[in-house]
Design a binder for this molecule. Structure first.
Ligand code: 5GP
Ligand code: MG
Length: 471
């Protein structure tokens, strides 16, 4: 089972050469939830130095190195089973056609990777070129004769995909350039503390327990933002009337203490929980969150319904943290069934509302939640899910397939009927998912601002005839 291709990027431009590693470390710590497969950094201090290692930032030996540099970028990778190799770690070191070196890191996914790959076959030196290497070349290959803004302007209409990307550029005036795709699918934002500038996938990186910086703003869709020792230079290259912010960032991916597009993630999650209580409240003794991802929604459900919130599950976070990147499915399932422990004394004989953020295949809900609650003698299990039914694949970065999504086989049924069928299949007393309308209302953005392709099968695309090039 493949799940996600979600990553973190961090860029640091500091006034003090000494601090770049510490800053990258702090930024990457804040964003560890976006990728636990590998971690890497590239710094520039007259020459490029790139280090990558498998596993978590806190386990990485990279940060023991004593490097002084004014600029650096960092990356954390969350990818799929079977591709968990150091060769796929980022940042990567690249050289443009014109001999300019740069380091590159990105969060996203190229929808037309195969097409681009065959079109560009001429120039490809490595037969197994990855999407990272391909997009790194597309956004940097003309460096030496064009600026990143010019390259992006010319190349973007060929690139169908999500990309929040960072280029670390050297030379006499070293800088970090951030590029966000015109739909703004993955998040990216800018922070500042004094003369230090930071770019990060999520605003939580700027919190006082991490970079302790001021959140300045999101990098806009279609924008190129450069930070260097003279400050920030921004250029909106494309202005698309259609955006496609991934709804799953608010529902699951992002940390609940991040703010994306000005919208606090925890608030969206609580509101999704409230909507569940309003649309499908039931008489119950307690609301039980599925930790950790179901917590904010369960809080919202409890507040709206007046039913008390009770912690019935304890997570073994040391077992759990890397389940999804374990290469062997059997090992993953065995580990997954050990992830949660139930407190039987609290739940026995009770009517519980279990709240989680999403159901993908249903294995967590069936094996870890419903079966365990039944084993300790829970009387009724009402499942409430923040995210509307996942029905289709995501070509923009979440690597699940239509056939493995438990709800997709009920395509065409009414919402109520679909809820009933999935609930029955999982062995719940009742089950209810939020609707698309509740999702849009909880996020507070219109449909033409969001990507909800995995729910609707309709994927946002840039209409290049309408996307004004303002560059
Ligand atoms: P399922 O067991 O239904 O396949 O997965 C649903 C559970 O996995 C939910 O608890 C949800 O929080 C979590 N989840 C949803 N999407 C992802 C993802 O992309 N990666 C990981 N690691 N967990 C996910
Ligand atoms: Mg979860």
């Amino acid at each position: 089972m493949k799940l996600t291709e979600n990553c973190a990027v961090v860029g640091v431009s500091t006034a003090e050469d000494n601090d770049v590693l510490r800053f990258l470390q702090e930024g990457l710590s804040a964003l560890q939830h976006r990728g636990q497969e590998s971690v890497g950094i590239s710094v520039y201090n007259g020459e490029f130095k790139t280090f990558t290692s498998m596993g978590l930032m806190s386990e990485s030996k990279i940060f023991l190195n004593n490097i002084k540099a004014p600029l650096g970028i960092g990356h954390e990778r969350y990818s799929t089973a079977g591709r968990s190799t150091l060769a796929n770690a980022q940042p990567i070191a690249v050289r443009s056609k014109h001999g300019v070196d740069y380091a590159f890191a990105f969060n996203g996914n190229l929808r037309n990777f195969s097409k681009l790959k065959s079109e560009l076959r001429e120039g490809i030196t490595q037969p197994t070129e990855s999407d990272t290497r391909l997009i790194a070349r597309l956004l940097g290959s003309e460096l030496g004769v064009k600026t990143v803004e010019q390259i992006y302007h010319d190349a973007a209409p060929e690139i169908d995909g999500s990309y929040s990307a960072l280029l670390l550029l050297g030379g006499k005036k070293p800088k970090i350039t951030a590029v966000r795709d015109p739909l703004g699918i993955r998040p990216l934002c800018l922070g500042r503390r004094g003369d230090d500038y930071f770019i990060a996938s999520e605003s939580v990186a700027f919190a006082d327990c991490y970079l302790d910086a001021k959140f300045v703003r999101d990098v806009e869709p279609g924008e190129v933002v450069t930070v260097d020792d003279s400050g920030v230079h921004a250029c909106k290259v494309f202005d698309s009337p259609r955006h496609g912010h991934c709804m799953f960032e608010w529902v699951y991916f992002a940390r609940m203490d991040s703010v994306i597009e000005g919208i606090p993630v925890y608030k969206v999650r609580e509101d999704l929980g409230r909507a569940l209580a309003e649309k499908s409240g039931v008489d119950a003794d307690m609301v039980v969150p599925v930790p950790d991802s179901g917590r904010s929604a369960a809080t919202g459900y409890a507040m709206a319904s007046g039913v008390p919130l009770r912690e019935v599950f304890q997570v073994d976070r040391y077992q759990y943290q890397r389940i999804f990147i374990m290469p062997d499915q059997a090992v993953r399932e065995r580990k997954a069934s050990k992830k949660l422990n139930v407190l039987p004394s609290i739940a026995k004989g009770k009517r519980v509302v279990v709240v989680d953020d999403s159901i993908v295949r249903g294995t967590n809900m069936r094996n870890m939640v419903i079966n365990k609650l039944k084993r300790v003698g829970v009387k009724e299990i009402h499942v409430r899910i923040s995210c509307p039914p996942l029905m289709d694949r995501c070509p923009y970065g979440v690597d699940f397939h239509r056939g493995e999504l438990i709800a997709s086989k009920y395509h065409g049924l009414s919402h109520e009927e679909l809820c009933q069928r999935v609930g029955k299949e999982l062995g719940a007393t009742s089950l209810y998912y939020n609707t698309l309308e509740d999702l849009k209302a909880s996020i507070g953005l219109a449909a033409n601002e969001l990507c909800m392709g995995c729910l609707t099968g309709e994927y946002p695309e840039v209409d290049w005839s309408q996307s004004i090039s303002v560059w």
